[in-house]
Design a protein around this ligand. Sequence first.
Ligand SMILES: Nc1nc2c(c(=O)[nH]1)N=C([C@H](O)[C@H](O)COP(=O)(O)OP(=O)(O)OP(=O)(O)O)CN2
Ligand SMILES: [Zn+2]
Length: 127
Amino acid sequence: MYRLTVIKRFAAAHRLVNYQGQCARLHGHTWTVEVSVGGEKLDSCGMLIDFRALKELVGKIVGELDHSYLNDLHPFNELNFNPTAENLARHIFYKLKSLLPPDLTMSEVRVWESPDVCASYREDVIP
Ligand SMILES: Nc1nc2c(c(=O)[nH]1)N=C([C@H](O)[C@H](O)COP(=O)(O)OP(=O)(O)OP(=O)(O)O)CN2
Ligand SMILES: [Zn+2]
C-alpha cells in the first residue's frame, strides 16, 4: 500500500463555545493541515496521484476556511460542533473523501493548531 501526505496551511479566527478559559474569547491561529491518502495502484508515471492534484483538492477545502470566522461556517455553526482541531480534522477528512478518485482511500487528517499541538482523525478499520 502506498501512502502520500500533503500539507496546507490556513489562517482563521474562532472561539470555543462552552469552554472555560481564554479560548472562549475570539482569537486566531494559522492551522497546518496534514492529509494522508492511500492506495495500491500506481499510474503509468509511477504515481498514486500527482502531489499537485492532491494539493489542489486539499487547497479547495482549506480555501473555504481561510481568512474566515470558523464559528459562522457550516458545520461549525451547528450546536455542539465547536471549531476545535478535532472537529476540523473530521470535517476536512469527509470533505476530501467525497472528492477523491475512487481508487484512493483517506488515511488520516492531522490538524496542527500550533507547532506543539495537533489532533488527527481517521476511520479505524475493525479487524
Ligand atoms: N483538544 C483540544 N484542546 C484545545 C483546542 C482544541 O482544538 N482541541 N483548542 C484550544 C484553543 O483553540 C487554544 O487557542 C489553543 O490552546 P493552547 O494550546 O493552550 O494555546 P496557546 O497557543 O496559548 O498555548 P500556550 O502553550 O499556552 O502558549 C484549546 N484546547
Ligand atoms: Zn484556538
